[in-house]
Design a binder for this molecule. Structure first.
Ligand code: SF4
Ligand code: MSK
Length: 625
């Protein structure tokens, strides 16, 4: 974690990052690490969750001398309220992304766009029947209309429970019913969280935490899940493919364009424009060998999963990608795009383009993407990038090292297919102890940590212990760069994983997508529980976000715990100012939800912590002595 002045080697484990941090220093470019240094030490009131700005009688800070805010709220209430608003922000982010996907499906269904189509009709029919829509003898677009309407309703206040709760094991639904946290509508839970945390409403910390769980469940089992399923319907369900990762994917003689953000609605059109022969010819006219597209963060994950587009880097690589001096243009949708991208790109010839009214950046060129104009806007963006190529200063270009190979595209459909159509072989492998458990490592980078040290070492330790690892979000890039996402990585795993993954020809760490695709992991957990007739909390599963930073990651962790999955975090959210809240998160939730958070910054100790939990679950199922 943070210390005031870090050496370059202490900032990141990666040679490409270290070289670019050094270059940034020489080029006089400030990065997240420099700004962190200036922000350290952080305010201890904020860090422990004990400051409140919910009204203008304050702001208030809770201390021994002043244990109550002006309104009389104590530390427990303030911490719980802050946490509730924090995860409501995360749930809103993912779920609003899901809403944009519904709008796209709705527009396709009503013939309002020629730019988007249904790529996976079989999946549309499968999902529609799963949520109770009649499909027989009906035109596909009519089914899509009904599905988009039903998904819109999942955001409102009219449903008594969310459509995808049909996937949730009965035992889990009973727990939610008894606690009064069955998620209803996405917007409803988020709005209620904001309401409850207004001055003078919910002044009972455990009660506020329960609604935090409900809010996050609406993200996991609706907002994010809807986003994933519609993205598959519109752009294709991912299948395994080889691709490359790290800054070495940039090409010195090409126009380099990077997509950044989360929603594939923009990036899927950019890839089409990049492959347009007219635009390729235009790039060649300008002296480039061609156009090279790469990904950053989660929209990069989306394009990688479905199209095999190479990945330039995760969260802390986004500024450093510009520092290569080789990037003509970054096109961003929303989420996790550092505002500093503008100032860093101003130091080079890189153009920043924003595409959503929800995420405008002063200093960027804004090209608004709508469902009806996605293709023409994408062409504009690519043309702009090509025009920047001649402004590149070749003396300032440095592309570090060659890229690393990785395999991507492990959707649940692919896993089921690889297992011969049923989960039985996986369950048998779990019963036999060849696969002792399954852990999802997800989430971000945070400059308070040595970049990817925890993400990578935790994955390595777990596979050694015969625990299958699933990755999404920025941990994907970390695992790929560490060589864990290729079948040959079974050599780093224990004998059981080596045997099972070896026989299937798959890596011991499987890439399952972007941040919203954690919903794929929820679905897999539910499928396993239903197959065995147990609750999700009975399974030898865990989640982990070792280097998380975002509200969305906290929301993911909370919906995992509320779904019955023990979740490790490298550091706690800003809740440590309240014993009541902290105890509930790391102990009390276990009693009522069958899962809780575990906090451990050291990846080796975290692996032992998770392993112990998996051992307990296996013992309870009679699978281990
Ligand atoms: Fe202070 Fe209470 Fe207002 Fe918060 S809600 S700022 S604790 S008076
Ligand atoms: S992009 S939320 S830094 S994983 Fe999904 Fe990466 Fe975390 Fe953003």
């Amino acid at each position: 974690m943070t210390k005031e002045k870090k050496t370059i080697e202490e900032k990141s484990i990666w040679p490409d990052a270290q070289k670019m941090i050094r270059k940034a220093e020489l080029d006089n470019v400030e990065t997240a690490w420099d700004r962190l240094e200036k922000q350290t030490p952080h305010c201890t009131f904020c860090e422990s969750g004990l400051s409140c700005q919910n009204c203008t009688m304050g702001p208030c800070r809770i201390s021994k001398k002043a244990p109550l805010g002006v309104c009389g709220a104590d530390g427990d209430v303030i911490v719980a309220r802050n946490f509730g608003r924090f995860v409501a922000g995360g749930s809103a982010g993912h779920s609003d992304h899901g809403r944009d996907c519904i709008e796209a499906l709705h527009a396709v269904a009503h013939n309002l766009t020629a730019d988007y189509t249904i790529k996976d009709e079989a999946k549309l029919l499968r999902i529609a029947s799963e949520v109770g829509i009649t499909c027989e003898d009906r035109p596909v677009l009519d089914i899509a209309k009904d599905l988009s309407e039903l998904f819109y309703a999942n955001y409102g206040s009219t449903l008594s429970e969310l459509s995808f709760l049909c996937r949730v094991p009965e035992k889990r639904k009973k727990i939610w019913r008894e606690l009064g946290i069955t998620p209803r509508g996405v917007d409803r839970e988020i709005a209620e969280m904001m309401h409850r945390t207004h001055m003078g409403c919910d002044n009972d910390a455990p009660n506020t935490l329960l609604h935090s769980a409900r809010t996050c469940l609406s993200d996991g089992w609706a907002g994010s899940m809807i986003a994933t399923e519609i993205s598959d319907i519109l752009f294709g369900t991912p299948t395994p493919r080889k691709t490359m990762v790290n800054l070495g994917i940039l090409k010195e003689d090409h126009v380099n364009i990077l997509v950044h953000g989360h929603n594939p609605i923009v990036s899927e059109k950019i890839i089409e424009a990049v492959n347009d022969p007219e635009l390729i010819a235009f790039a060649q006219e300008k002296g480039a060998a061609g156009i090279n597209l790469g990904g950053l963060c989660c929209t990069g994950n989306e394009l990688m999963m479905r199209q095999g587009v190479p990945m330039a880097g995760n969260h802390l690589m986004t500024e450093l990608a510009i520092v290569t001096g080789a990037v003509e243009l970054i096109v961003a949708d929303y989420q996790c795009i550092m505002p500093s991208m503008i100032t860093v790109s101003d130091c080079y010839h890189t153009k920043m383009v924003t595409t959503s009214n929800k995420a405008k950046f002063t200093g960027a060129e804004h090209i608004q993407f709508e469902i009806h104009n996605g293709m023409s806007q994408a062409r504009k963006v690519v043309r702009l990038a090509i025009e920047r190529f001649s402004s590149r200063n070749n003396d300032r270009v440095e592309i570090p090292q060659g890229p690393i190979e990785m395999v991507t595209g492990f959707s649940n459909e692919v896993l089921l297919n690889a297992l011969g159509g049923s989960l039985t072989p996986l369950i048998d492998a779990i019963k036999a102890g060849d696969i002792r458990g399954v852990v999802a490592i997800v989430g971000c980078n945070n400059p308070k940590y040595k970049q990817d040290h925890c993400n990578v070492n935790l994955a390595k330790e777990l596979i050694k212990k015969d625990i299958l690892v699933l990755v999404t979000g920025c941990v994907t890039t970390a695992s790929g760069k560490a060589g864990l996402l290729i079948p040959e990585a079974i050599e780093m795993a224990g004998p059981g994983i080596k045997k099972i993954c070896g026989s299937l020809g798959i890596p011991p760490v499987l890439h399952m997508g972007s941040c919203i695709d954690n919903s794929r992991i929820l679905q897999l957990a539910a499928l396993l529980a239903n197959e065995l007739g147990v609750d999700i909390s009975d399974l030898p599963l865990a989640g982990s976000s070792p280097e998380w930073y975002s509200e969305k990651a906290a929301a993911i962790g909370t919906y995992c715990v509320a779904s019955g999955i023990y979740t490790h975090l490298g550091h706690p959210p800003n809740i440590t100012g309240s014993e009541v809240v902290t105890n509930l998160a790391i102990n009390g939730f276990d009693d009522i939800l069958g899962a809780c958070f575990g906090i451990e910054p050291d990846p080796f100790k975290a692996a032992d912590l998770i392993d112990a939990r998996i051992k307990d679950k296996r013992k309870a199922l009679g699978l281990e002595e």
